[in-house]
Design a protein around this ligand. Structure first.
Ligand code: ADP
Ligand code: MG
Length: 693
């Protein structure tokens, strides 16, 4: 007996090669796929409603006879069809209609219709209802079950798909959809069988809890949601174990590694926080294993992740291996380069630099030092991922602010180790990843959290005010700078156009220059040349510039502890996570810091809510939860493109409560590799774009 995932759609009546191709756009390839193509809502067509009882706004099924029709030439031409039953009458209206249709809907025809009643020109009307002409003597009774509504694609109509799903379900009498979760687990969790669940969901009885079905909370939906979440989790675990089955150099602690570490720590003007210490130890533990570390370090902005990265780098270098340190933006990469240079060069370590802007001869030289191993630590942007970058002996890849890179890029580095070894991977992010997301999207990583800020930091005070109060802000900037502090003025813009954003920043800088003649005003934006940008950042860092006007290029990582005020224009246009990142540019030293969110009135309700969330919290995790609530997971992680968190029926927020159970069950499923693989195949299949690992 063939299993249903091997039965092609062309086996179904009325499905030819061409239609099968259309269906493949819905990711439907086998009879089993149809069975898992669940309705997203239902309609109640189980009883025929007398016309006199129909109210506007209701979806109803009714039967009536055509009593007259005419083509109305109004603002838009329409076919108006008057129908009547023994209790009353309504009109049907069609804005698109064929001559054949007009003929079909002529006097005396009996119709069964389904649609939404609205108040129209002639009273209650149905616009483009679904209808069926009843032949004399036709005695179809209405369906006994709720009618499923499916996601469609061009070339497939609801009735046709409904028929297909129904005939796919017919196969269930003779064939199996394999139950892949062991019965004992289903029993413990009190979950119904797969068969029961899919049958029910394609055709629920009239007394089904429709509210629960719409919300995705019905036990039969939960059964499948659980299975889908489990499949995703298993696929991430599989990814992880396939990476960890590779060999990596073991960087154990040695006399030499300890000496260089202490030398480095002694050179710092501060001592590590407890959290930095703990996380560094966790990393050191991973690095001492002969298989790849896969660790995510989360730490709110300003928690001091860079030092932790440097310590990891030192361990690899002390074993004669190279380290790649990657940042998502040029400015951030440069800052890391400057930091690493000043920290590591005194210890006799050669730090290399590679970004997209490094070209020609310069790039060739860099590539040579990377390839011959003389560049021990290489800092750069995604340019480090390119194929022609060959490391002599890459032992550790550190990726900063990973949420900006896709999983693919993260994995691209796996091939850059030497002779069958895979580099250790350390991923750092300040974007706090809500727990539910961390478990679903990052299940392949171990996580460490730097949950402590360096001593002496004070909470940033946030103000929300309209841009009509620009002058008040100016005096604030003035007084802050007079105290010897510095400020950022961030221009965000209107359209998604970098060019416009840069123009706005230029205009603001000119205006501020005029308004604040005693201050030195600088400007950085994405369209400037790399060396102009780094010159400007250098000037700001060394205190020669008081006020730095910038676009969101300074969003991540930029570290100037003396800056204690940041003004963000049009904050209502940005996501919360991004605002939190921007705000994190201040409050990085011992000075009391401020953030002014200067919005353009009027503010929408949603905008108000978001800005007050910023005012009320400095806690990146809380803000991220809020962000997830407002924007959804794809946006929060920036992984929309990678398809990483695209589920068929699960919704990571709504179904977050499952995740602990999913984790536990996934452990048990490790004992059933065949079923686990089949689950992944069923639910993740080719959505798993990193399957090549
Ligand atoms: P982030 O976690 O946002 O990447 P950084 O690594 O840029 O933070 O560190 C923020 C600032 O805090 C830097 O100026 C850094 O030198 C400083 N810093 C890091 N660790 C400590 C510490 N333990 N005590 C005091 N300052 C620290
Ligand atoms: Mg950082």
């Amino acid at each position: 007996m063939a299993s249903l995932n091997e039965v092609p759609l062309t086996q179904l009546k009325g499905v030819g090669e061409k239609f099968a191709l259309t269906l493949s756009k819905l990711d439907l390839h086998s009879v089993q796929d149809l069975i898992f193509h669940l309705p997203f809502r239902y309609e109640d067509r189980t009883c025929i409603v007398p016309l006199s009882q129909i109210r506007a706004g209701k979806h109803v099924l009714f039967e009536a006879e055509v009593k007259g029709s005419r083509v109305v030439i109004g603002r838009r031409k329409s076919l108006e069809v008057h129908v009547r039953d023994s209790s009353g009458q309504v009109a049907l209206r069609f804005y698109h209609f064929s001559a054949a249709q007009a003929k079909q809907l002529s006097n005396g025809s009996r119709l069964r219709c389904y649609g939404e009643a609205r108040l129209g020109q002639t009273g209650l009307e149905f616009y483009h209802p679904e209808y069926q002409v009843l032949k004399p003597g036709d005695k179809h009774s209405p369906p006994e079950k709720l009618t499923p509504i499916y996601t469609l694609t061009e070339g497939v109509q609801q009735p046709r798909l409904r028929k297909l799903c129904a005939s796919a379900l017919g196969y269930l009498d003779r064939h199996q959809v394999t139950e892949l979760i062991p019965g004992s687990i289903l029993k413990d969790l009190q979950l119904p069988s797969l068969q029961e669940a899919v049958r029910y969901l394609h055709a629920p009885p009239t007394d089904a809890d429709q509210h629960a079905l719409l919300e995705g909370e019905h036990p039969y939906q939960q059964r499948l949601i659980f299975e889908e979440l489990l499949a995703h989790h298993l696929s991430l675990l599989q990814l992880r174990s396939s990476i960890q089955s590779k060999a990596s150099p073991a960087f154990v602690a040695t006399g030499e590694s300890e000496t260089i570490k202490n030398e480095f720590l002694n050179s710092l003007p501060f001592s590590l926080t407890g959290a930095q210490q703990r996380v560094s130890d966790e990393i050191a533990g991973d690095l001492s294993h002969p298989f790849p570390m896969l660790r995510l370090v989360q730490g709110d902005v300003g928690s001091g992740k860079t030092v932790v990265a440097a310590l990891a780098a030192l361990r690899a270098v002390s074993h004669g291996h190279q380290v790649a340190f990657m940042a998502p933006t040029e400015i951030l990469a440069e800052q890391h380069y400057a930091n690493f240079q000043s920290w590591l060069a005194p210890l006799g370590i050669k730090v290399g630099w590679l970004s997209g802007k490094v070209k020609g001869k310069k790039r060739e030289q860099e590539l040579i030092t990377i390839a011959d191993g003389s560049a021990q630590v290489v800092v750069g942007t995604h340019a480090l991922f390119q194929d022609d970058v060959q490391f002599a002996e890459l032992g550790l890849a550190i990726i900063d602010e990973q949420h900006r890179f896709g999983v693919h890029q993260r994995l691209a580095l796996k091939n850059k180790g030497k002779q069958n070894t895979t580099p250790h991977q350390l991923i750092m992010t300040a974007t706090p990843i809500p727990r539910t997301l961390a478990m679903s999207a990052y299940a392949d990583l171990d996580t460490s959290v730097i949950d402590e800020l360096p001593a002496g930091r004070q909470a940033i005070e946030t103000f929300v005010l309209p841009d009509t109060r620009r002058q008040d802000i100016l005096s604030r900037v003035q007084s802050i700078c007079e105290e010897g502090r510095q400020a950022y003025w961030v221009c965000t813009l209107i359209e998604e156009s970098e060019a416009l954003q840069c123009q706005a920043a230029e205009a603001s800088a000119a205006w501020l220059n005029e308004q604040l003649p005693e201050l030195t005003v600088g400007l950085v934006h994405g369209r400037m040349k790399a060396d102009e940008k780094s010159f400007m950042m250098e000037q700001f860092k060394s205190g020669k510039i008081d006020l730095l006007v910038a676009t969101t290029v300074i969003e991540v990582g930029v570290d100037v502890p003396n800056a204690s005020l940041i003004i963000i224009e049009n904050p209502e246009r940005l996501g919360l996570a991004q605002l939190h990142q921007l705000r994190g540019r201040v409050g990085r030293g011992e000075h009391k810091s401020y953030c002014a969110l200067m919005y353009h009135p009027p503010l929408s309700q949603n905008g108000k809510e978001r800005l007050s969330a910023m005012r009320e919290s400095n806690d990146g995790f809380k803000i991220a939860e809020k962000d997830l609530e407002i924007r959804g997971p794809g946006e929060v992680l920036g992984t929309r493109q990678t398809g990483l968190v695209s589920f068929r029926i699960a919704d990571i927020q709504r179904d977050g409560a499952w995740l602990d159970t999913v984790k536990q069950v996934a452990q048990i499923m490790q004992r059933y590799p065949r079923q686990s693989n089949a689950l992944i195949e069923r639910w993740v299949g080719n959505r798993q774009q990193f399957a090549e690992v």
